[in-house]
Design a binder for this molecule. Structure first.
Ligand code: AMP
Length: 411
């Protein structure tokens, strides 16, 4: 099915063509007609599926004249996502004269106020800064016709739901609402009941399945050798660009420092960095100046960083859905990717949760010729017996120099 059959405006079709999109992705195929028909939509799809175009194209198709106040509001959990979505919307709208603006915290108010005074048709915003601007009287939402709540579960995780509610209360009741969320926890369910009208759910693929194009494995290792293993992996893997995920900001800084000392071109992305530092990090990583991006989950969630050849989970994610988001950075739009997860003894419970979540066993792998000082992680415990022998002992086999085998049972 071609874009031209979906009922989009001529300007949107031109925009899509200029972006080089040939045919709609599954979420676009399902969502575009629904939004054009005026339905509220709940979208759940893996990252990299093209969800921005899925909501932006049909909304922009229906906005054809200027008004002083914004008519489209897109709420995003982080400044990076907001900036990214604004860029995408500008790209789609390049053959229209729609005015697009983005507001987020961490930067001065001047330019954002100026843009709002001049008049904006499509506003992309993070909740905190938008509320500030509303309280100052700079931004009014009483003309909003289309509201998009993007990455709603992440807004919940970040504690933005009360802000989101306050913003929604200022929008007209007569409006169209779309909500995108990888998971639908009870709080989001309540928000849906409260904010949406008879919504249609569009679920693309099993949202708990990693992209089929990603090969993902686990490297068990002792805590003391984690950094050595990371350095060795980076040395051996033929990567173009790699994201290393860490659990904490402090951990991200530490790993970045280590990689720098070992002559890697590294950028860091986490929420303690200034907006400028974060933008520089992203830009440098996108244009290839930095080959490694060290990031925390919150900073990296949903960012459109294309063509990442590898993802390394330096720390096992604590929420299973973050595993999918992290490894979704690679293997996007059918590019092949590899994802490695370093696992220490204490991570057993989290790894089990991830494996349950994705209904898959992730192969354990041993890096050949790496001097493991502590090998108990590779040993398999049989019930009632102390652990003996390498994990090859039961059912595992050697493939391409790696040991693939069943998971160690944790006591
Ligand atoms: P998103 O899930 O919206 O972040 O999109 C992920 C990536 O897919 C972005 O780089 C988009 O530009 C790209 N993309 C979205 N839709 C299409 C399409 N129909 N054909 C090719 N690329 C697309």
């Amino acid at each position: 099915m071609a874009f031209s059959k979906l009922g989009l405006s001529h300007a949107m079709l031109e925009g899509v063509k200029a972006m080089g999109y040939v045919e709609p992705t599954p979420i676009q195929l399902r969502t575009i007609p629904l939004i054009l028909a005026g339905r509220d939509v709940i979208g759940s799809a893996q990252t990299g599926t093209g969800k921005t175009a899925a909501f932006a194209l049909p909304i922009l198709t229906q906005i054809d004249h200027h008004e002083p106040q914004p008519r489209v509001l897109i709420l995003e959990p982080t400044r990076e996502l907001a900036a990214q979505v604004e860029t995408a919307v500008r790209d789609f709208a390049r053959f229209t004269d729609l005015r697009v603006a983005v507001v987020f915290g961490g930067v001065g108010y001047g330019l954002q106020r100026e843009a709002l005074h001049k008049g904006v048709d499509v506003l992309v915003a993070t909740p905190g800064r938008l509320l500030d601007l509303m309280q100052q009287g700079t931004c009014k939402l009483d003309r909003i016709k289309y509201l998009v709540l993007d990455e709603a579960d992440r807004m919940l995780d970040m504690g933005f739901l009360p802000d989101v509610r306050r913003i929604l209360q200022k929008c007209p009741r007569e409006r169209h609402t779309s909500l995108f969320s990888a998971t639908v926890p009870p709080e989001i369910e309540t928000l849906i009941q409260w904010a949406m009208k008879d919504p249609e759910t569009v679920e693309i693929g099993a949202r708990r399945t990693p992209a089929e194009t990603v090969k993902h494995v686990i490297y068990p290792v002792s805590d003391a050798q984690k950094t050595d293993l990371l350095l060795e992996l980076l040395k051996r893997v033929n990567y173009d660009s790699v994201i290393v995920f860490c659990r904490t900001k402090y951990g991200a800084d530490r790993v970045a420092h280590l990689l720098k000392r070992n002559n890697h071109a590294v950028a860091v992305l986490h929420s303690n960095r200034t907006q400028r530092e974060r933008e520089q990090a992203l830009r440098g990583f996108r244009d290839g100046r930095f080959e490694v991006l060290v990031a925390t989950d919150i900073a990296a969630r949903g960012l459109d960083i294309a063509e990442v050849s590898h993802v390394v989970n330096y720390d096992v994610p604590q929420h299973p859905e973050d595993y999918i988001h992290r490894i979704g950075r690679t293997g996007r739009m059918e590019a092949k990717g590899d994802a490695f997860t370093l696992m220490v003894a204490e991570d057993g419970r989290h790894v089990q949760a991830i494996e349950r979540f994705i209904s898959q066993k992730i192969p354990r792998v041993k890096l050949e010729d790496f001097e493991y000082r502590y090998t108990a992680l590779f040993e398999e415990n049989k019930p009632g017996q102390p652990s003996t022998g390498p994990m090859r002992a039961r059912g595992a086999r050697v493939r391409g120099g790696y040991f693939y085998g069943p998971a160690k049972r944790r006591r």
